[in-house]
Ligand binder design. Structure first.
Ligand SMILES: [Fe+2]
Ligand SMILES: [Fe+2]
Length: 154
């Protein structure tokens, strides 16, 4: 697929953003106190890696691809159990709650970047791809919110 110079710049900026997201979640996974939260962060980091690669493919002239698996069902099937109770270490809980809030804030920002940039592309296929990534960012925030809620952090 042929891109304009402006389109290429936008995709490269989005790709840089995905790299930061990936690093953010890997860092969160390594510092989270609860194992279930570590798993969630690790799973999201993999998604961010995929976003990075999906964008890279188009930057390099490839055809936009959309992952076949319906991501929405993943959010529905994510039913976190409470890892923290009143008798848990409250410092650990606070630490993990902060990682969650931080991550939700990031997803909100990233999602709005996709929302703005989708309007700048001529190709419907690229628009669909960006829209799909945006939906996944919103789902990341939703899963983290579910975790917070299950742990009385929200
Ligand atoms: Fe992403
Ligand atoms: Fe995300």
């Amino acid at each position: 697929m042929i891109l304009t110079e402006k389109e290429t710049t936008i995709l490269k900026d989005l790709q840089t953003q995905e790299k930061v997201c990936m690093e953010h979640y890997n860092l969160c996974a390594s510092t989270a106190k609860d194992g279930c939260l570590k798993d969630l962060f690790t799973q999201i980091a993999k998604d961010e890696q995929e976003h990075y690669e999906t964008l890279g493919n188009v930057i390099n002239g490839g055809t936009p691809t959309i992952k076949a698996a319906p991501a929405a069902s993943r959010v529905d099937s994510y039913q976190p159990k409470a890892a923290y109770t009143d008798s848990s270490n409250q410092m650990d809980k606070q630490h993990d709650a902060l990682l969650c809030s931080d991550s939700i804030g990031n997803e909100k920002m990233v999602s709005s970047e996709y929302n703005t940039n989708v309007f700048r592309f001529g190709s419907g296929e690229i628009r669909k791809m960006l829209n799909h990534i945006q939906t996944e960012e919103q789902e990341h925030a939703e899963m983290i919110y579910k975790y917070k809620k299950a742990n009385s952090m929200a």
